[in-house]
Design a protein around this ligand. Structure first.
Ligand SMILES: Nc1ncnc2c1ncn2[C@@H]1O[C@H](COP(=O)(O)OP(=O)(O)OP(=O)(O)O)[C@@H](O)[C@H]1O
Ligand SMILES: [Mg+2]
Length: 254
């Protein structure tokens, strides 16, 4: 993915045009796990929405495999902070429903169900496939959302604080599952998070945004830890703590 010279602002009824994202260029390679971190309101979600084709950039272009992104597409899977599951359908039916909207393949009911089960199994939810969203915990609902996005097999997965609404323990558990998932299913990930440890655990590169207006990427950091990653090994690595310190400082403006 090539992001070249994009900018974005919004019109405010009182204040007029408000620039949000300043000129931004990024190259993202296939198979990379990228996280974007930065102060609240700097424009992280706005950038992700432009990549998803949900918002258009004021200037510049975003290309995926050479083609400009100007509308949402199957190649771009999205997971938001809050799950958006259909409440009257079971976990399995929610995944099947998304698969049924995919015009690329005609699959039998049987094939759809087994594909849905395969992806629910990847997020350890086989036992809960028949439950409806209100019968699932917040973390389980979020996992259904992740399974559904994966089942569509997009080229690029976009995640906007996918674990943001969870308690610390569940969040950590899901971070480990996501780590496992992205090592099993090599794919390009672009994730927004405000959790420095999450960024360091999961990503190959961390893009740190500065404060707005006209926020830009102020640091583009390669995360040097080898994979598969283990939390215990990272914790014993002085480089981990150094990077962590650097990121926390850059987020608090030091
Ligand atoms: N559709 C819109 N219309 C007007 N202003 C918008 C719109 N979307 C975003 N903004 C403004 O753009 C700025 C950046 O918003 P954005 O949601 O991208 O921030 P963020 O970095 O994701 O913040 P957070 O960490 O709190 O999620 C904010 O000032 C927000 O109010
Ligand atoms: Mg946001």
């Amino acid at each position: 993915m090539k992001i070249e010279g994009i900018t974005k602002g919004f019109n405010d009824r009182k204040k007029g045009f408000q620039p949000v994202v300043g000129t931004t260029d990024v190259d993202i390679h296939e198979g990379e796990f990228i996280t974007i971190i930065g102060p609240s309101g700097c424009g992280k979600s706005t950038i992700l929405k432009m990549i998803a084709g949900l918002e258009s950039a004021d200037e510049g272009t975003i290309r995926l495999a050479g083609r400009p992104i100007d509308a949402p597409s199957r190649e771009l899977g999205i997971v938001f902070q809050q799950h958006v599951l259909l409440p009257w359908m079971s976990a399995r039916q929610n995944v099947i429903f998304a698969l049924e909207t995919d015009p690329r393949t005609k699959r039998s009911k049987q094939e759809l169900a087994s594909l849905a089960d395969e992806y629910l199994d990847l997020v350890n939810l086989s036992h809960a496939a028949d439950r409806r969203p209100h019968q699932l915990s917040g973390g389980m609902q979020q996992r259904v959302g992740i399974a559904r996005a994966f089942a569509l097999e997009p080229q690029v997965m976009l995640l906007d604080e996918p674990l943001g609404a969870l308690d610390a323990l569940t969040r950590h558990e899901l971070q480990l599952q996501l780590l496992d998932l992205c090592e099993k299913q090599k794919r390009t990930f672009i994730m927004v998070t405000h959790d420095v440890d999450e960024a360091l655990l999961l990503s190959d590169r961390i893009l740190v945004m500065g404060a707005g207006p006209s926020a830009r990427i102020v640091h583009d950091i390669s995360v040097p830890f080898s994979r598969p990653r283990e939390v215990e090994n990272l914790d014993q690595d002085p480089a981990y703590h150094e990077l962590r310190h650097f990121l926390l400082n850059s987020l608090t403006g030091h």
